[in-house]
Write a protein that binds this ligand. Structure first.
Ligand code: G1P
Ligand code: ZN
Length: 553
């Protein structure tokens, strides 16, 4: 019998040889690198395969894919789909146009009971061919992968020799609907709809619609990043805000050349708009991937720590939170305004190390309802990421429900609970040794500082913050240095864990005032004595060679 030889058609699923990459240090915030690094052949594929190898439960289950719309987003998503298919993922859910914000990915993972999800984003880092690209992996609870998993992924990237890919697979990301790659179902969905529906469960949309009808004015700046389409759907289409309420609402691959980090530096124009004669009632912005927020009202900037406290105080008025709050959490450097609210409500206030993962444990255990960080991050039990638009909607709902202005709410809050003046000073790109010497010098004075007096302030404690997780019993040490002046003030020092060049030293200042005539001071003047004291106690100029911080937020 003649053996009929068929011409070998290439198998759709192929194993491709790759060299291990040594620079794929995958952390809990994922991996961020220049676009050109991600564009190297096999680079992203190598990292993705490492994730599939370390998370075997993705095979046979659902995977969510989103991104912030930055340059390289679509190519990365196509690679992720092709590798997911080759690794036996049953269903891939991807946002139309590749657009799904970080909190919306967190929600989709939970809603669709996915085993995990990718967010392609470098958060607020500049985008475009010369900018940054990034990838994060979230697990089945919707929160970021923990350290044990990201360490395993990193180790795997260094050992890989091949990856599996459904070669040539390309999905039309702009057309909603289902298609198949081998046994994998790929669903292109509206990345906004489920998130908008969740917001409608949590907040009183009719009341907010009415607020707009009665002339309430919002300015929301999407900074040409991911939240533009969300803001269009929610504020304009569902709430009836005029289209002119939105600034920079079209996502651009280079974020319009901007730096979508909503704070007093990169969203300075909002401060100017808020201070204008006829400023809007609520002004807000979100960052590249939609997890951060900045809140202002007419003539009033709300610090993130105050925003957490003020939202916590009003949350029970909003539909999704009528049962009240179980607890509040704030990161250690965040001002203690939330503690005052928790005490008044008779609920616990947890002080955690910097980073959202510590909140996720408390949220999963049902111990807290709201949480936040000084770095413009606020969120609640509705997802396992911070959520920029959620914070803006919560403020809008509070304004619509109370009928008060942001400034009135702030002033009433301070009269009741006192005011925490707050600022963060960043010293960027320091030589590591210089940054470390500041930390070491302070640690060296821990024994002598308590009991000492410095002008109006007496030191009650000087220590290094450590955390025992009440949920899983894990310990986190070396989480920042604190000089505590009782209830009156704190100075805190930390080295950034996310900086990319040299070391970033963060110095945090908090001053508490209760006296009626000291509730409306100029914040930078209010903090000036503490800043001077820090200079003297920490010898910042001498040890860093810098006369002033690079960034004040
Ligand atoms: C910074 C912020 C921190 C936030 C993190 C990720 O980390 O300070 O609050 O959780 O980015 O968005 P840092 O650079 O201070 O380690
Ligand atoms: Zn972000």
């Amino acid at each position: 019998m003649r053996c009929k030889r068929r011409t070998q058609t290439p198998m759709p699923i192929r194993e491709i040889a790759t060299k291990p990459y040594l620079d794929q240090k995958f952390g809990t915030a994922g991996l961020r690198k220049k676009v050109v690094v991600f564009q190297q052949p096999h680079y992203l594929e190598n990292l993705l395969q490492a994730v599939f190898d370390c998370v075997p439960e993705l095979a046979g289950q659902t995977l969510v894919i989103g991104g912030d719309g930055r340059y390289h987003n679509r190519d990365a998503i196509q690679a992720a789909i092709a590798i997911a298919a080759a690794n036996g993922v049953a269903r891939v859910i991807v946002g139309q146009g590749g657009i799904v914000s970080t909190p919306a990915v967190s929600h989709l993972i939970r809603l669709r009971q996915a085993a995990g999800g990718f967010v392609f984003s470098a958060s607020h880092n500049p985008a475009g061919p010369d900018g940054d690209f990034g990838i994060k992996f979230n697990i089945g609870n919707g929160g970021q992968a923990g350290e044990a998993l990201t360490d395993a992924i990193h180790a795997r990237t260094k050992a890989l020799s091949l990856y599996r890919i459904a070669e040539g697979a390309r999905v039309d990301l702009d057309r909603r609907g289902s298609s198949r790659i081998e046994a994998t179902e790929v669903e292109v969905i509206d990345g906004i709809a489920d998130y908008a529906a969740l917001m409608q469960e949590l907040f009183d949309f009719p009341r907010m619609r009415d607020w707009f009808k009665r002339g309430g004015r919002l300015v929301f700046d999407a900074m040409h990043a991911v939240t533009g389409p969300y803001a269009q759907r929610i504020f304009v289409e569902l709430l009836g805000a005029p289209a002119s309420s939105l600034l920079n609402a079209t996502p651009l691959e280079d974020f319009g050349g901007g730096h979508p980090d909503p704070n007093l530096i990169y969203a300075r124009h909002l401060v100017e708009l808020a201070n204008a004669e006829d400023g809007a009632d609520l002004l807000a912005a979100s960052d590249g991937d939609g997890d951060r927020n900045m809140i202002l009202g007419r003539q009033q900037f709300i610090t993130p720590g105050d925003s957490l406290a003020m939202l916590a105080a009003h949350l029970h008025l909003l539909p999704g939170y009528r049962e009240g709050l179980k607890g509040i959490a704030r990161s250690m450097p965040t001002c203690r305004a939330a503690d005052k609210v928790a005490a008044a409500l008779g609920i616990p206030c947890h002080e955690t190390p910097t980073g959202w993962k510590f909140f996720c444990n408390l949220l999963d255990a049902g111990q807290i309802t709201i949480c936040g960080e000084e770095s413009f991050g606020t969120g609640s039990s509705h997802v396992r990421e911070k959520d920029g638009l959620w914070a803006v909607l919560a403020w809008l709902n509070v304004l619509a429900t109370t009928g008060q202005s942001v400034r009135q709410l702030a002033q009433a809050h301070w009269r009741r609970h006192g005011r925490h003046y707050y600022a963060r000073h960043d010293y960027d790109e320091l030589p590591t040794a210089a940054a470390q010497s500041v930390m070491d010098a302070l640690k060296g004075r821990f024994a002598e500082l308590p009991g000492s007096r410095h002008g109006d302030y007496g030191v009650t404690a000087a220590d290094e913050f450590g955390y025992l997780d009440p949920v899983d019993g894990s310990q986190a040490s070396a989480q920042g240095l604190r000089i505590v002046f009782g209830d009156a003030a704190r100075i805190i020092l930390r080295l950034s864990g996310t900086g990319t060049k040299g070391a970033t030293l963060r110095v945090y200042f908090e001053r508490y005032e209760q006296a009626e005539d000291r509730l409306d001071l100029d914040p930078s003047q209010a903090l000036a004595p503490l800043v001077a004291l820090a200079e003297q106690l920490l010898r910042l100029a001498e040890l860093t060679g810098r006369k002033a911080p690079d960034v004040i937020t």
